[in-house]
Design a protein around this ligand. Structure first.
Ligand code: NAG
Ligand code: NAG
Ligand code: NAG
Ligand code: NAG
Ligand code: NAG
Ligand code: NAG
Ligand code: NAG
Ligand code: NAG
Ligand code: NAG
Ligand code: NAG
Length: 308
């Protein structure tokens, strides 16, 4: 095959145009663009997958990771219990959070007594987290007597139903150490997780203000929202997301969503094949119209195709 001067010049140019067209075949998928935006929720900046809320749409994260951003800190709901998020440490999949009803108080602000529950299909406590045991509506004992009987504990007071009631807290599970007597003199008790280091500070200084500091210091949760799938997706140039119809993990890529990682299913190969077919057609066209010059319309067509 012998090429005409202009054609030898035009052929690589057009081939390049077509290949460029294939690579940028459309603008970024809207889910890819929308989920590439991290967001600031309350006072916590740069929040990404698996969290969503505000202007970050639901398909960018899991339903269990919706954040309420209307307060000064993000609020996460786990099994209908509300938590105040202090920190999100994305690199270790760790959350630092407190019970919303125990923020700034050792008497639950809604007056409801509830143990802390977490959804174990998504969360586990970090190893530096332990429980505090809070007892409510107790008989009042002399503090010295109380500490002799129950070991590490102290009294605090709570206004419950407009009554000044007595509570006790312990930093160890006393029912396992044989000192479960508090259960006998209190109406109810609640487990609230705190960081071990804060529980130790409290043990060394049993005051209500240290109790409050331990509660407000939060505790650690590790999350798993298909973390390993997400790493593979990110490694392939994608962004992790959630398929709201299948309720499974999905990987948003510039061209389209994929189940696991970018380019890992049919469609991409199809567009590759389409490109080769185009090139063959072009060569054929070039062969047939050997003596003719490429005309405007064909060239214009390519340009039109490239825009999105
Ligand atoms: C997502 O992207 C589309 C297209 O860019 C836009 O119209 C839409 O408003 C975005 N949605 C959200 C929730 O940002
Ligand atoms: C979270 O961590 C991953 C990998 O460690 C990183 O690619 C991603 O950009 C981080 N996201 C945010 C919002 O910091
Ligand atoms: C979101 O948080 C605000 C204040 O922090 C609260 O008033 C509101 O009820 C919360 N919304 C939901 C849906 O939980
Ligand atoms: C938890 O977050 C609070 C507030 O940002 C911070 O003071 C504290 O050091 C954090 N604790 C851990 C263990 O990350
Ligand atoms: C919390 O759990 C303990 C056992 O771990 C139980 O004795 C107590 O009744 C529970 N408290 C509430 C309010 O359900
Ligand atoms: C409740 O009673 C305790 C002593 O039992 C007292 O120290 C505390 O100030 C009282 N609190 C209120 C709000 O009256
Ligand atoms: C406390 O210890 C008792 C006895 O070992 C155990 O049954 C109970 O589950 C423990 N409670 C917590 C909250 O760890
Ligand atoms: C206990 O806390 C009080 C008040 O914050 C402080 O004055 C005192 O030095 C602390 N004691 C110890 C042993 O840390
Ligand atoms: C992804 O997460 C869901 C929900 O926790 C779980 O059921 C599923 O097995 C996970 N898939 C993989 C591949 O880890
Ligand atoms: C969700 O999954 C369905 C079925 O596999 C698929 O057709 C669709 O493209 C997926 N959507 C997203 C946003 O991943």
């Amino acid at each position: 095959m012998r090429f005409h001067g202009t054609q030898t010049f035009l052929l690589p140019l057009i081939a390049t145009l077509i290949l460029t067209h294939v690579r940028n075949s459309s603008c970024s998928d809207y889910r890819y663009s929308n989920c590439s935006q991290t967001f600031q929720c309350g006072n916590v900046p740069n929040i990404g997958y698996p969290f969503w809320g505000l202007n970050r749409p639901d398909y960018c994260g899991w339903p269990e990771f919706e954040l309420n951003c209307s307060g000064d800190a993000p609020e996460l709901t786990i099994l209908s219990q509300k938590f105040r998020v202090l920190n999100i440490i994305n690199s270790s999949y760790t959350l630092n959070l407190t019970r919303a009803d125990y923020w700034g108080t050792c008497c639950p602000s809604d007056g409801e007594f509830a143990n802390t529950t977490i959804d174990t299909s998504f969360f586990t406590y970090t190893s530096n987290t332990q429980n505090l045991f809070l007892y409510y509506k107790c008989q009042t004992l002399e503090i010295t007597v109380a500490s002799q009987i129950f070991g590490l504990n102290l009294q605090f007071s709570c206004d419950i139903d407009n009554k000044n009631t007595t509570g006790y807290y312990v930093t160890r599970n006393i029912s396992s150490t044989g000192g479960g007597g508090l259960a006998g003199i209190c109406e109810t008790n609640v487990n609230v997780p705190v960081y071990q280091e804060n529980a130790e500070v409290l043990e060394n200084n049993l005051t209500t203000s240290h109790l409050l500091e331990a509660l407000d210091g939060g505790f650690g949760l590790k999350w798993d929202a298909n973390n390993s799938l997400c790493e593979v997706c990110v490694g392939s140039g994608g962004l992790c997301g959630y398929n709201t119809s299948t309720q499974h993990f999905t990987c948003y890529c510039k061209d389209q969503p994929y189940p696991a990682s970018c380019g890992s299913t049919q469609p991409n190969t199809v567009s590759g094949r389409r490109a080769i077919r185009w090139l063959r057609l072009l060569l054929l066209f070039n062969f047939i119209s050997k003596k003719e010059q490429f005309k405007g319309p064909f060239y214009d067509g390519l340009i039109v195709h490239r825009s999105c």
